[in-house]
Ligand binder design. Structure first.
Ligand SMILES: Cc1ncc(COP(=O)(O)O)c(C=O)c1O
Length: 364
């Protein structure tokens, strides 16, 4: 069986986690929490990083800290994992769905302006499968209409937009360290920002808005959240982060192997890497065109029979019951990609021979 995307654990994970267990620092007050934040912000070259219990919590806090709430609209893609859209709902705001680009699979900056109304407060971009959204265009639109920009960079950690890390360009960036992500803490997330004030407030909100009284008791000025990451998981994050550059180059090399084996195959479109981007190819993805010979779902089944795990592209969020009544623009590309896109095995540890087997099955 060749899995879709499994973690790579071959660094200091055991050592750092053992240290937490040996010293009893298992919860959120341990030193690895601060270290993971420090290491992460240095890696991304950003001013503030706050760990969270998962990526969804980071997005929830991003919306919260920017004051987005009831009556506000947030522009989002529909071709995404549902988490960022759910977070929009957690704060009581309304998602407005826009279409994506066919070559990169991510939000089409050209189509955003039509979605903006006087109620729009933010653009929530999602760099799905690893390719960066065209951020200069997004930032220009945001400036023109006075909107916040939140980047859900959970699938694009390690991808660059004009040399800058995704997640560091908008007002706030969010990451997930779920088990299938480039680096993992089992479950976990991070919010990053260049605005120190926002960073401080997110830390405060994520730790139950706890302030210490002189006598050691707790005082809470407002409603907070228990969105902290425990030290054990932060320890794992530190170990994973030490390997990130190696993992990125392996993933990019693997994408090149896939590209070489699949390009010029009738009915297959390989993923783009626009001139502004370094794509980390978190999930290497192809489009099964009409002239391929069999449908995308038939291909998924044939690969499954041969022990290859794949996944169809996301079901568009505007097609799911909680969001069917939400406003959306034309969704032609989203709906086409949702029917034709497939994620191929993309673990850091996948062997070249396994990629060759997968491509042979596809071609045959
Ligand atoms: C695009 C996207 N956003 C958000 C999340 C949520 O992250 P988490 O599972 O850590 O809450 C995920 C994946 O899990 C994701 O793929």
């Amino acid at each position: 069986m060749i899995p879709l995307c499994i973690p790579e654990i071959r660094g200091n994970e055991w050592k750092y986690i053992k240290e937490c267990l040996d010293t009893n620092w298992v919860s959120s007050a341990g030193s690895y929490v601060d270290k993971f934040e420090e290491d992460f912000l240095r890696y991304l070259n950003i001013k503030k990083a706050v760990v969270t219990v998962n990526g969804t919590a980071a997005i929830h806090l991003a919306l919260k800290v920017l004051g987005i709430g009831e009556g506000d609209e947030v522009v989002v893609p529909s071709l995404t994992f549902i988490s960022p859209v759910n977070a929009v709902r957690y704060v009581g705001a309304d998602p407005v769905f826009v279409d994506v680009s066919r070559d990169t699979f991510v939000m089409d900056a050209e189509k955003i302006e039509k979605a903006i109304t006087p109620n729009t407060k933010a653009i929530l971009v999602v760099h799905i499968y690893g390719h960066p959204v065209d951020m200069d265009k997004i930032m220009d639109i945001a400036k023109k209409h006075n909107l916040y920009v939140i980047e859900d960079a959970t699938e694009s950690l390690g991808s660059l937009y004009k040399g800058k890390h995704t997640g560091t360009i908008g007002d706030v960036g969010c990451f997930s360290f779920n088990g299938n992500k480039l680096i993992t803490t089992g479950a976990g997330g991070m919010l990053v920002t260049n605005n120190e004030e926002i960073g401080e407030r997110v830390k405060y909100l994520s730790t139950q808005t706890k302030t210490l009284l002189d006598n050691g008791g707790f005082f809470h000025e407002e409603i907070g959240y228990n969105y902290r990451m425990p030290n054990i998981l932060a320890a794992m994050g530190c170990a994973q982060l030490e390997k990130i550059d190696e993992y990125i180059s392996i993933k990019r090399e693997n994408a090149l192997v896939y590209n070489k084996l699949l390009e010029n195959t009738r009915g297959i479109t390989i993923p783009a890497e626009r001139e502004y981007a370094r794509n980390v190819y978190w999930l290497y993805s192809i489009i099964i065109e009409d002239d391929f010979g069999i449908t995308r779902d038939e291909l998924i089944n044939r690969l499954k029979e041969r022990g290859v795990q794949t996944r169809p592209f996301f079901t568009p969020v505007h097609k799911m019951p909680p969001y069917m009544k939400c406003r959306h623009l034309d969704m032609t590309v989203t709906e086409e990609l949702a029917n034709k896109g497939i994620n191929l095995p993309s673990s850091v540890g996948i062997k070249r021979e396994e990629i060759e087997i997968i491509c042979d099955i596809i071609k045959n």
